[in-house]
Design a protein around this ligand. Structure first.
Ligand code: 13P
Length: 253
């Protein structure tokens, strides 16, 4: 049995005061949530990680939105996995489509980031997904296969169960549009097949696969009910305590 996981990606939103207020509300909302039943993760901006961490209860874990692939050195502006680990970060989003697009992050860079995160025992949350144009050209399967293959290149089988993969169709992010639950499930199944071919069925069955893209309290059920989907990566709706709590409630029901 794979443990469900709901991750809130706050992106470049909130000031410190609002971020802390959100945590206070989530803490209250999750007061009865058993951390053995579900992993709940919030990913604030780098500058708010520490300020938020002080207020987190045991059943909400801290995640970062990115990481650099070196441990230390002359890399102006970057943040290392060692630094994240040091301040209590447990999860790190890697290869989000907004980074692939806005700062031209490549699969090679993403692969190095996953390696680096694993070296500090952080859980990498690898994001993959096709654009609208790729979907229209029926390229979804080949894009997903290529991203998963390149991003996991050289990753040891023993590390695999720490990796979480989020299927986030680019066209679904922030658009209010989503694929049907069955279609997202098919892609999750494909991801497992790609992993099985490179590792083993056993390994593929252990990896947690999430859906992300316009998830909210009204549509979460459609995705979490799918056999291959183990949770969600939530953007906009994770900025509202009320919506995020309702999402988690439906997952543990
Ligand atoms: P939205 O939920 O706002 O569509 O964002 C999804 C996402 O990109 C999470 O990483």
């Amino acid at each position: 049995m794979r443990k469900p996981i709901i991750i809130g990606n706050w992106k470049m939103n909130l000031n410190l005061e609002d971020a802390r207020r959100l945590i206070v509300e989530l803490r209250q909302g999750f007061i009865d949530v058993d951390e053995r039943k579900i992993d709940i993760v919030v990913c604030p901006a780098f500058v708010h990680l520490q300020g938020v961490n002080f207020q987190l209860p045991v059943n909400i874990k801290l995640g970062a939105q990115d990481v650099f692939w070196k441990e230390r050195g002359a890399y102006t502006g970057e943040v290392s996995p060692l630094m994240l680990k040091d301040i209590g970060v447990r999860y790190v989003i890697v290869g989000h489509s907004e980074r692939r697009k806005n700062v031209q992050e490549t699969d090679e860079m993403i692969n190095k980031k996953i390696e680096a995160a694993l070296s500090q025992k952080l859980f990498p949350v690898l994001c993959v997904g096709e654009t609208k144009e790729e979907r229209e050209k029926n390229l979804t399967d080949s894009i997903i296969t290529e991203q998963v293959t390149k991003d996991l290149e050289g990753i040891k089988a023993s590390s695999l169960e720490k990796i979480i993969i989020a299927y986030e169709p680019v066209w679904a992010i922030g658009s209010g549009k989503t694929p049907r639950g069955e279609d997202a499930n098919k892609v999750a199944k494909l991801i497992r097949k790609v992993i099985e071919e490179r590792y083993s069925k056993d390994q593929a069955d252990k990896v947690r696969i999430l859906y992300g893209g316009s998830v909210d309290q009204r549509n979460i059920k459609e995705f979490i009910d799918q056999p291959q989907i183990d949770g969600a990566l939530v953007g906009e709706a994770s900025l509202s305590a009320n919506k995020f709590i309702k999402i988690v409630e439906q997952v543990i029901k």
